[in-house]
Design a protein around this ligand. Structure first.
Ligand code: G3I
Length: 343
């Protein structure tokens, strides 16, 4: 028997142990007992097949939508609102006792062509306010949190040039937060970004400075999202991430690990799988220990569907379930990490 085979038998045994060691409790329950909501971004069709429903019921205290709550899907034409899929996701969440995080109210991507008709600041404000208010009034009291703005920064910390920056100006972010708060004062308002997790990086520092300024001036904001689309073979500066989380905690800001996936080289090598498992478990430990992290949401749940392989050739297998919808060892290791975490 070769060494890889022995290693995989040991690993499988460890996986089986991980399940029994958790006393039969689900990931969702274990995490919730420690103050953390776990969940996934869903495609609109995920809430129907019996097999996926079981996975979601077991793992999710919170869900979001990968696509159907974006402008281009929600309102592809000025006079047509596509409520079907979001309504169904919200109803599914309510039936199963899950929170909903709405992704997203304004972004530079997935926008319908008619937004190009906006010319003036007044056009931009009218369009954004109508959109935010229409959605948040319809779902008032039913959506736990909104990604009000998604991906507003460039890597150097300047504001990204978007249709909203161009038409409204740099105060479009705080304007959107004010409008959202007026529409549903109980909803948690988040700003969501990628590459914003490590303190000391220009984008992270610019986001922190903006949020701190909002807090000081009374602009309504509850949290920020760190997307965390990571690679198992890239360095991860845990100390800088914790410093960032702690400075947000100091100003009363919650954090969502909002789009987590850890991609690995699809090379069949045990060391690639191990590196992925280690990073996922570190992320989960950080989320459990830094108490202002409120949710750990993966950007999908199975290798049947993920944005990763098309965007990073040679990489994939970034999520918890394989293409047969069986939980992988990485999932079991993450559940074990939650079970073992004590105050
Ligand atoms: O549904 C159509 C299908 O009918 C058509 O045949 C096909 C042809 O290209 O396109 C399908 O739509 C695609 C959709 O994903 C569903 O698969 C869109 O082209 C494609 O642009 C869209 O990509 C999504 C992307 O955001 C842009 O909206 C990804 O699924 C989604 O994972 C990704 O999610 C983003 C977050 O919102 C923000 N953070 C980064 C993250 C990853 O890029």
């Amino acid at each position: 028997m070769n060494i890889n085979k022995i290693a995989s038998i040991v690993a499988v045994s460890a996986g089986i142990f991980a399940v029994t060691a958790c006393g039969g409790k689900s990931m969702r329950k274990l995490a919730a007992e420690r103050g953390l909501d776990t969940g996934y971004a869903l495609a609109a069709g995920d809430i129907y097949p019996e097999k996926t429903v079981k996975i979601l019921q077991n793992d999710c205290n919170i869900i979001t939508s990968e696509n159907c709550m974006k402008w281009g899907y929600m309102r592809p034409k000025k006079d047509f609102w596509n409520w079907g899929d979001p309504d169904a996701l919200v109803a599914f969440a309510e039936k199963n006792g899950m929170k909903v995080k709405w992704h997203t109210l304004a972004w530079h991507q997935s926008n319908p062509p008619f937004l190009a008709d906006m010319k003036t600041r007044a056009d931009g404000i009218a369009m954004l306010d109508d959109y935010i208010t229409t959605i948040m009034t319809r779902y008032k009291g039913r959506i736990y949190a909104y990604d009000v703005i998604n991906e507003m920064f460039n890597e150097d910390g300047t504001l990204r040039d978007t249709i909203w920056l161009e038409t409204i100006g740099p105060d479009y972010i705080e304007h959107a937060l004010q409008t959202a708060h007026a529409a549903d004062p109980a909803a948690k308002l988040y700003l969501n970004e990628y590459n914003n997790e490590a303190a000391g990086y220009a984008k992270s520092d610019a986001m922190y400075a903006m949020v701190k300024d909002f807090k000081e001036r009374g602009v309504p904001i509850d949290g920020i999202g760190m997307q965390l689309h990571l690679a198992a073979d890239q360095p991860f500066d845990e100390a800088a991430v914790r410093r960032n989380l702690q400075r947000y905690a100091a100003i009363g800001i919650d954090v969502s690990f909002s789009e987590v996936d850890v991609r690995k080289k699809v090379d069949g090598k045990p060391e690639s799988a191990q590196a992925q498992q280690d990073l996922y478990c570190r992320l989960m430990r950080i989320a459990l220990e830094e108490k202002n992290v409120k949710s750990f949401i993966c950007w999908g749940f199975s290798d049947i569907h993920s944005w990763v392989p098309a965007s990073f050739p040679g990489y994939g297998e970034a999520l918890f379930y394989n293409t047969a919808l069986k939980p992988k060892l990485v999932y079991k290791a993450v559940v074990k990490t939650i079970a073992e975490n004590h105050e």
